[in-house]
Design a protein around this ligand. Structure first.
Ligand code: SAH
Length: 215
C-alpha cells in the first residue's frame, strides 16, 4: 500500500478494536476497516486523526463518515459477493472501498464535482474500480439498475421513490432518514409495490441535497 507505516497499522488496529467494542461483529467488515488506509482518504489537515472514530471535513463542506457508521451501514446491507450496489454520496470514497472489499460491484454518485474528481483519481490507485458518476443521486442510475442494495450516505428528508423503483425484489435500501438528525432505516422491497421498514437508531449526517453543487 501507499505511504503505509507501522504507526498507521497500529492505529488502525485500535480503531478496529473500538468498532468491535461498539458492536460490529461481521468479520469481513472488521477486516476491511483493518486493511483500508483511511489516512489516505483524509484532508492533510486531519490526517493525524484518521484512525479516530469520528467524521472529519473532506472539503466542499462535506465529511468522511465516522468509521463506526460506515461499518454499521455496511452491516445492515448484508453484502454478498457480486451484489450490485448503488451508493449515493461518494464523498472521500472510503465507504466505497469498504463495499468493494466485500466483493460488491459499486456504482457511486457524487454531486460535488471536486469530490467526484478526487475520488475518481484516487480510488483506482488503491486498486478500487467502482463506476463513478457525477450528478444528482436522487435520480439514481436507472440504466444500470436494478440494484441488489442501495446505500444513502447523507441525511435524507424523504425516501426518494425513484430509488425504491431501482431496487431488486428482496433488495435492501439503507437510508439515514431525517433533517436535523437521522433515524437509520433499512427498507426491504418485498414485491413490485410493497416494502418493509426497520429502524436502527439515531445518527448525524450531512444533508442529501437535490441537483448538483454547480447547478
Ligand atoms: N461515504 C462518504 C460520505 C460522504 S458525506 C465518505 O465516507 O466519505 C455524504 C456525501 O453525499 C457528500 O459528499 C455529499 O456531497 C453527497 N451528496 C449529498 N446529496 C447528494 C446527492 N443528491 N447526490 C449525490 N451525492 C450527494
Amino acid at each position: 500500500m501507499l505511504n503505509e507505516s507501522y504507526r498507521e497499522k497500529g492505529l488502525r488496529q485500535q480503531l478496529v478494536n473500538e468498532i468491535k467494542k461498539k458492536g460490529i461483529t461481521d468479520l469481513r467488515i472488521i477486516d476491511a476497516i483493518g486493511k483500508i488506509p483511511r489516512h489516505l482518504f483524509m484532508d492533510s489537515a486531519f490526517v493525524n486523526f484518521a484512525y479516530v472514530d469520528k467524521a472529519f471535513p473532506i472539503g466542499s463542506g462535506q465529511t468522511i463518515s465516522q468509521p463506526y457508521t460506515v461499518a454499521f451501514q455496511t452491516e445492515l446491507l448484508d453484502i454478498k459477493k457480486g451484489d450490485k450496489v448503488l451508493e449515493i454520496g461518494t464523498g472521500s470514497g472510503y465507504q466505497t472501498a469498504v463495499l468493494m472489499e466485500l466483493g460488491a460491484k459499486v456504482f457511486t454518485i457524487e454531486r460535488q464535482r471536486e469530490l467526484f474528481l478526487k475520488a475518481q483519481r484516487f480510488l483506482p490507485k488503491l486498486g478500487y474500480n467502482p463506476q463513478f458518476f457525477y450528478g444528482d443521486g436522487y435520480l439514481g442510475k436507472p440504466t444500470y439498475g436494478p440494484f441488489d442494495k442501495i446505500l444513502i450516505t447523507a441525511g435524507a428528508p424523504e425516501v426518494p421513490p425513484v430509488l425504491l423503483e431501482q431496487l431488486t425484489i428482496g433488495g435492501y435500501m439503507v437510508i439515514p432518514f431525517g433533517i436535523t438528525e437521522q433515524t437509520m432505516l433499512r427498507i426491504t422491497k418485498t414485491s413490485e409495490s410493497e416494502y418493509n421498514e426497520e429502524q436502527f437508531g439515531t445518527f448525524c449526517f450531512v444533508p442529501l441535497l437535490k441537483g448538483t453543487a454547480n447547478d
